[in-house]
Ligand binder design. Structure first.
Ligand code: UN1
Length: 510
């Protein structure tokens, strides 16, 4: 039986906590306390004091000082500290995964999976710390050498969302740190305790290595994000959240010529071909739509189904939904946990109403649950509606388990429907037909940052670059060469001859 009090204690969380930290130093501020309630049972877990202006300035000052030190530590040595961080996460995996599940509401399996993503990105970053490669070029001038190198940028601001309260931070920090940056994290105010727990874990690793304060900082409170966006001392802001807020972040950061990495909304579809393995497709579609209660940016929102198998697949889906168990996400028998809070429930209800008004036909009805076990008011029924792609509600991202069914005749039409939304994060096709799969992956296929074959839209591995196009914001985090976004490139030309020839053959004799 889970004892949440013991877990909180082991993670360094008290009844009331400071929410501003430069590492081992936690700053008392004049900010108010926010209480974090579990959507699992509506209970208050603990409270956190939000950052005020004084704390913000204190954190920024320490971060600036720490950068001057950290940028001179060789990258493989920085990697060694990230390796130790990964080891510490291995030790705390069960506790941290449970807290994620309890504070955010995702299943325990998914909470543990999130911590596993953190461990994996640490491993990835350790290897990367010896591979921050630049290119060498051949100069057009004799006796000249040209190459490029990658330098750290400085303070990286990380603004993360409630739905992946720990993993998204680690994708950013693990890379940013090996690249030589220091990080300031503003987590979602809906999951502040997950952030406090992570900060305790990394602070100990840094202290054990005699590292200064300011390499990993935390600032909790909604006003912080706005400050970071407008703060010239932060050359890079990595933002994960809604398209609406992303637009504000992007404009503010661009105005001061800062850089941003944006991971915004998705509106992800799976195309279910006539040549699909239907059993596999059902699992992919249902997990994609109801996993994390539909609160992943990669959640499956639309199924685009071939007309020949449409009725058969719809019936299988309805049957599968009939078997879903909704309830306490810490109980491994349940498939679907709660939404994050009652405001999210309200959005779910409104989306269903709007859909119905536009003509959506629900084949599995939704609804808010209020019986025993659902007293937090955050549990809702996953639902399925037959729609047309152009409905306003279908064009929007609703962070809830609402799945839309759309029928198609030809693959060209299916791809056009899949691409016919403002967002461009994740996409998939279920088919055993090679021609269809390759067309879907070609330049004339999916326009998303992620395109899968015979896999659903969610559950990406950390090794690939994660992110999407259009209103998803264009940013890439995590694997592949996403690290380049956390560094500044410098082109170097060295003349080792005893003359000064100019490029492009220009003559300039004195
Ligand atoms: C998110 O929802 O913000 O691909 C990230 C996935 C996860 C990450 C989702 N690895 O579903």
């Amino acid at each position: 039986m889970m004892n949440i009090t013991e877990i909180l204690t082991r993670l360094g969380i008290k009844e009331t906590n400071f929410g501003s930290s430069t590492g081992n130093n936690w700053l008392e501020t004049g900010g108010k306390n926010i209480t974090s309630y579990s959507p699992v049972n509506g209970q208050a877990i603990a409270s956190v004091q939000v950052a005020d202006e004084v704390a913000y300035e204190a954190v920024m000052k320490k971060a600036e000082e720490a950068f001057v030190f950290w940028r001179n530590i060789p990258a493989p040595k920085r990697g060694e500290i990230v390796r130790q961080f990964g080891d510490a996460l291995r030790v705390h995996k069960q506790d941290l995964g449970t807290l994620v599940s309890y504070e955010m509401g995702k299943s325990l399996q998914e909470g543990l999976g999130e911590v596993q993503e953190m461990i994996d990105i640490c491993d990835f970053a350790v290897g990367l710390s010896r591979q921050l490669y630049g290119l060498t070029m051949h100069s057009e001038r004799p006796g000249h050498r040209m190459y490029e190198q990658w330098h750290p940028m400085g303070i990286v601001g990380i603004i993360s969302a409630f739905n992946f309260p720990v993993a998204v931070w680690s994708w950013n920090t693990a890379l940013a740190w090996v690249c030589g940056n220091v990080c300031v994290w503003k987590p979602s105010s809906k999951t502040p305790l997950c952030a406090v727990a992570c900060q305790h874990i990394i602070a100990k690793v840094l202290k054990d290595n005699d590292m200064p304060e300011g390499i990993s900082s935390l600032l909790i409170g909604n006003a912080v994000g706005d400050k970071m966006n407008n703060d010239k001392r932060i050359p890079l802001v990595s933002f994960t959240g809604s398209t609406r807020v992303g637009r504000i972040v992007s404009a503010a950061v661009a105005t001061r010529f800062g850089r941003s990495i944006l991971e915004l909304g998705g509106n992800n579809a799976i195309i279910i071909s006539r040549d699909a393995d239907l059993e596999m497709s059902i699992i992919g579609a249902v997990f994609g739509a109801v996993g994390t209660a539909g609160q992943r940016c990669t959640s499956t929102r639309r199924l685009i189904i071939h007309e020949d198998i449409y009725e058969e697949f719809k019936n299988k889906l309805v049957k599968a939904y009939g078997q879903l168990r909704i309830g306490d996400p810490l109980d491994q028998h349940n498939h679907v946990g709660p939404l994050i809070d009652t405001a999210a429930v309200e959005q779910y209800t409104q989306a269903i109403a709007k859909g119905k008004k536009e003509g959506a036909e629900f084949v599995v009805e939704g609804g808010v649950l209020d019986a025993e076990g659902y007293t937090s008011g955050c549990y809702v029924k996953p639902c399925i509606a037959e729609v047309e792609n152009h409905y306003e509600i279908v064009q929007e991202e609703t962070f809830a388990p609402i799945l839309y069914l759309i029928k198609y005749k030809t693959l060209d039409q299916a791809i056009a429907l899949q691409n016919g939304v403002p967002q461009g994060l994740s996409s998939a096709i279920m088919t055993l037909n090679l021609r269809e799969a390759e067309q879907f992956l070609s330049a004339a296929g999916s326009d998303c940052g992620i395109a899968n074959v015979n896999i659903g839209t969610s559950g990406a591995e950390i090794g690939g670059a994660f992110g999407g196009e259009k209103e998803t914001g264009g940013g890439r985090e995590s694997g592949s060469d996403a690290w380049k976004a956390y560094m500044r490139r410098q082109t170097n030309t060295i003349n080792y001859s005893n003359t000064l020839p100019l490029a492009q053959g220009i003559k300039f004799d004195l």
